[in-house]
Design a protein around this ligand. Sequence first.
Ligand code: PLP
Length: 452
Amino acid sequence: LAVIGAVEPRVADAIGQELADQRASLKLIASENYASPAVLLTMGNWFSDKYAEGTVGHRFYAGCQNVDTVEALAAEHARELFGAAHAYVQPHSGIDANLVAFWAVLAQRVELPALEKAGAKHVNDLTDADWAQLRRALGDQRMLGMSLDSGGHLTHGFRPNISGKMFEQSSYGTDPGTGLLDYAAVRARAHEFRPLIMMAGYSAYPRRVDFAAMREIADEVGATLVVDMAHFAGLVAGKVLTGDFDPVPHAHVVTSTSHKSLRGPRGGFVLAQPEFADAVDRGCPMVLGGPLPHVMAAKAVAFAEARQPSFATYAQNIVDNAVTLADGLRKRGVRLVTDGTDNHLVLLDVTSFGLTGRQAESALLDAGIVTNRNSVPADPNGAWYTSGVRIGTPALTTRGFGAAEFDQVAELIAGVLEGTTPTTTSSNEPSRAKYTLAEGLADRTRDAAAEL
Ligand code: PLP
């Protein structure tokens, strides 16, 4: 910090403050974690200065021998860790990994007669006229994904994201009664819609997904199954999700982030069956610029960490802790979507406390508990205010929290929700954003959280 502070003290201060804040609060955002010092240090070095467009052994810049070493290592560790035929570790983020996957499927599967006539094989060979044709062809392509309020992600074909502009989109949801995925309904939707790409994976679904069933459905309608395992990659790496619940043997292409439950650097990667390998490797220049060699090096370190037996214990602890947290919340009167969990996250429906997700998120933050508001299925409060709060166990499990601590966390959360009241507006309606916490509750909870 002294080195940074000598140049711009305000940045050094912000870094120091971020560490203090993360230490003083309970980090329960389901997509966050604490990367190891080895991973963090691997990101701060001279690799950041190097350009290396291309792939291992096939670069458009000179002097890439050391980048080749780390990229090859990261890919090798990823293949071994997940039992994948092919790994591409250049995506800078989860959204990039999805874009690479989508364009790989398009390049592989969309027929372009003009291209065939020209004998062109790869996206690099497309002329302007080919691109115009591709854009027209794209108008007919369809993507089926999990609906946003059931826990799906924006990048799975929704309008505000480029995926929703590239593809005609439709979605499958969860059963309104149980909150669980209904595979018969997914099958019916897929047969009706006949997508090119069938997406599976989620940001806010507290249950395992049967990827074998998803592949069966994709095969019936001729779709390519792309699974986005960004949230639960750590549980796949740690062999908590196996058999039908492991996406890697079932999906044609798997995308992921490296920084959530997998506990690596902020970034993305793609795993692919052999028939999609070449197309996936064209991520740069298709949708990516120069790779981030310092982050690929940190991915190699994180994947090596995840291959240690201790990571399997960590992954199992994440799920055991989520179950403890869910039980602790339920027995204190908190309503949970699907009534529980069998992965790393729990989705609270806070309407029984008379609160919106936004009020609950803010009140919990005042009390030193960091979460995020989230839609629940058929959410009456819409995507901005929401009716839910999503919490996850990966970060606090990294801090060593076990059953006793997570039961106390449940006690603190339930106490804050009970002690929060929506403010009444001038027209006597309860506000959807403003709230009051009971006297002293925020300080008491903060102190208890800091002690944990
Ligand atoms: N896919 C899923 C399922 C996610 O939950 C997220 C982020 O939360 C992403 C992709 C995007 O990841 P990134 O923020 O690294 O672009």
